[in-house]
Design a protein around this ligand. Structure first.
Ligand SMILES: Nc1ncnc2c1ncn2[C@@H]1O[C@H](COP(=O)(O)OP(=O)(O)O)[C@@H](O)[C@H]1O
Ligand SMILES: [Mg+2]
Length: 241
């Protein structure tokens, strides 16, 4: 049951020098939803998540979070408002242990919640608890992905941005990670904006979806409609998932 508007992106542009990566993007995410953004490599998906987090800056358009324009804020201020990102490629600190990595995610949260938040992440990802003293760089790809999501959750976000959590994972692990994302949303009420190239799994998980092509949204709708849409099937689903 979607609630009030949480994230409202309007006419958003962002560029890297001469390259315009976002060319007028409109996205809405309501409180309690899982919304996915699918699109081919290079479409601008990661740029959108990064622009929401303040880096790169929006060159035009607006980003409202819980009714407030955040496009001019610094990244740490945006995080403090309850947005957390699990970036593409996981970016765990390889020399630090699992627990030290998780602790880093907690710096913006109230320290008195630390033990409870750690217990919550270990409950979602028992594998991380087993490996709490192991260095991040020695984890498998799937475990590193769990660690990146766990670290983002340590900041107690109300809006969780996930960039390709299934990238490079074996099919069994993809299922597991997506089941955990569903649990984070359903059991804990965290709103989720999920960027994926794995369109099949993302659309099966999400309530609504958007398709991005060359920095623009070309299709939007309920995830089940997009899954059945012949254009989407031809471009993102045929030939196996
Ligand atoms: N740091 C950067 N500098 C210059 N161009 C970039 C940078 N990051 C991404 N781009 C370009 O912006 C476009 C969108 O990239 P990206 O947002 O990473 O797409 P996606 O996540 O959908 O694969 C691509 O053309 C990419 O080459
Ligand atoms: Mg990307």
């Amino acid at each position: 049951m979607p609630g009030f508007p949480m994230l409202e992106v309007r006419g958003l542009h962002a560029r890297y020098g001469a390259i315009e990566a976002l060319r007028g993007v409109d996205i809405d995410v309501a409180q309690g939803e899982i919304v996915t953004l699918i699109g081919a490599n290079g479409a601008g998906k990661s740029t959108l998540l990064m622009t929401i987090c303040g880096q790169p800056r929006a060159s035009a358009g607006s980003i409202r979070y819980e009714g407030r324009d955040i496009a001019g804020l610094a990244t740490f201020e945006i995080m403090r408002l309850g947005i957390a990102q699990s970036p593409e490629g996981r970016r765990v600190f390889p020399r630090m242990t699992v627990e030290e990595n998780l602790k880093l995610g907690a710096t913006v949260a109230d320290v008195k919640h630390y033990d409870a938040d750690l217990a919550r992440v270990y409950k979602l990802f028992p594998r991380l608890e087993e490996r709490r003293a192991q260095r991040g760089g020695t984890l498998s790809g799937g475990e590193q992905q769990m660690l990146a999501i766990g670290r983002a959750l340590m900041g107690r976000p109300r809006l969780l941005l996930l960039d390709e959590p299934s990238l490079g994972l074996a099919p069994m692990l993809v299922k597991q990670i997506f089941a955990t994302i569903r649990e984070i949303n359903a059991a804990e009420g965290v709103t989720i904006f999920l960027v994926e190239q794995n369109a099949y799994h993302a659309l099966r998980l999400a309530h609504r979806g958007y398709v991005m092509v060359n920095g623009r949204i070309t299709l939007a709708g309920p995830a089940s409609d997009l899954l059945a849409n012949p254009e989407v099937r031809a471009a993102y689903l045929e030939g196996g998932h």
